[in-house]
Design a protein around this ligand. Structure first.
Ligand code: SF4
Length: 235
């Protein structure tokens, strides 16, 4: 199946800017941004980020507050803090062999950076990749990673896969099946996560929000510093 998939990818693969580099830092930034944010929204933010901080050294020299402000709108602000700490680690010690030693880097991100930047034959398995693996019953190697991302995002869709357009259909035991709707992600509107986001935006704008629960939670994650009732971005 690997050859069929790679031939399809050669014709149909998405042209995403982080696919044209093997710079581990640029790839790490893309992977962290893509964890919860859609590709179209990530592309301009990724470009702007690399223009401002083109290397781990540059990002490490920024203040946490600057990094948090630059992250606004991408969601899950803790990722910004982890990325900043990871850059500081790399600036001080270089890239570790075991990439999970970097703050905020779990097995998936380590596999993605290991593959796309360091040429390791490891497959980063996200929900799209896992779905194609399970439906086809096939073991794909690391060279198929980008192709699997794209097949899962555009053809082997969660509910109604487009088997008629799939390069793997002839050998796929699941072809033609339909699937139950996925559980909806819990609503952001009215959630504590939203309160945290509102409070952090206010602090970044120089205001003092009154939501102390949200502020305490943000302080615990290193996103704000509390001095009595006064909140500020970390230095
Ligand atoms: S044939 Fe259908 S179920 Fe199988 S991998 Fe292709 S799109 Fe997915």
């Amino acid at each position: 199946m690997n050859e069929l998939l790679l031939a399809w990818y050669g014709q149909n693969g998405r042209d995403l800017p982080w696919r044209n580099t093997s710079d581990p830092y640029a790839i790490l930034v893309s992977e962290v941004m893509l964890q919860q944010t859609q590709v179209d929204r990530v592309i301009p933010r990724w470009r702007a980020w690399l223009e401002r901080w083109p290397s781990p050294d540059a990002l490490a020299a920024a203040s946490a507050g600057e990094v948090i402000v630059a992250w606004q709108g991408l969601g899950y602000n803790r990722r910004a803090i982890s990325l900043h700490r990871a850059a500081q680690h790399v600036a001080a010690h270089g890239w570790p062999d075991d990439l999970t030693e970097l703050p905020g880097v779990g097995p998936y991100t380590a596999a993605a950076v290991g593959n796309f930047a360091f040429g390791r034959d490891v497959l980063p398995v996200d929900t799209n990749v896992r779905r194609v693996q399970e439906r086809t019953g096939s073991n794909f190697d690391g060279s198929c990673a980008q192709a699997l991302f794209d097949l899962g995002a555009t053809v082997c869709l969660a509910r109604i896969p487009r088997c008629g357009e799939c390069p793997l259909a002839a050998a796929c035991p699941s072809r033609g099946q339909r699937y139950e709707p996925l559980r909806k992600q819990s609503a952001f509107e009215g959630s504590f996560r939203q309160r945290r986001a509102v409070a952090l935006r206010a602090v970044a704008a120089g205001d003092q929000p009154s939501d102390s629960d949200a502020l305490v939670s943000l302080a615990r994650d290193g996103l704000v510093v509390l001095d009595g009732d006064r909140a500020s971005l970390p230095a």
